[in-house]
Design a protein around this ligand. Structure first.
Ligand SMILES: [Zn+2]
Length: 206
């Protein structure tokens, strides 16, 4: 590449490592940063570094947080403890929150079961989920009674639902899956918040 400007080449190579960023886009972004005022690149690198230092996963639900122990969803005393929504990624929580249709607790799997990609239940937060549920079932007030699976309607989503449904049914927990309004093969990333709100209200039993 542009070996006579090694610092430029270095940035292009770092940007190229980002998902969905090919060499051409990496070059375009590097030119954009180069042509922006110095404050922009300072702000950008500071924001990236600070995020890395501060953001961690909640000990209980694995959502992203800057709190020491539990995230603000787990700390919120007004939420319904008996209702748990399982999502694939932390970003799914923002969309469900924006829909305004859910006031229970969350659990983030950080992926879905995908045998083709070599991702099994042990690579996700499923053990912690089972532990959390079993702990909740020790008393009536803390018991998780219903689990909503807000996973994509694709093969990996279906595989994950089947796996979790077995574990939850063994514990007598009601299981539903958001379905209505989400197209087959649909990614909940691209569903607007009103459709997502309706999908939650019209969830179907698994
Ligand atoms: Zn949490």
């Amino acid at each position: 590449m542009l070996d006579y400007v090694p610092s430029f080449t270095q940035l292009v190579s770092e940007l190229n490592k980002l998902p969905g960023i090919g060499p051409k886009t990496a070059q375009r972004l590097a030119y954009y940063i180069l042509n922006s005022p110095e404050q922009y690149s300072q702000g950008l690198s500071k924001a990236m570094h600070e995020m890395h230092l501060k953001v961690r996963k909640c000990e209980q639900c694995f959502a992203l947080t800057e709190n020491d122990n539990l995230c603000h969803f787990c700390e919120d005393t007004k939420r319904n403890d008996s209702l748990l929504c399982i999502v694939e990624q932390p970003s799914d929580i923002s969309r469900l929150e924006f829909s305004g249709a859910f006031r229970g607790r969350y659990h983030v799997l950080h992926g879905v079961i995908s045998p083709l990609d070599g991702v099994g239940p042990e690579d996700l937060t499923t053990q912690a989920l089972i532990h959390r549920i079993d702990l909740s079932l020790k008393t009536e007030e803390t018991a998780i009674k219903e689990v909503i699976l807000a996973l994509d309607a694709d093969l990996e989503g279906d595989t994950t639902v089947l796996y979790l449904a077995k574990i939850l049914k063994e514990r007598g927990i009601k299981i539903s899956r958001i379905a209505h309004g989400i197209p087959i093969g649909g990614d909940i990333d691209y569903v607007d918040h009103r459709t997502l709100g309706r999908a939650l209200e019209n969830r179907v039993d698994v």
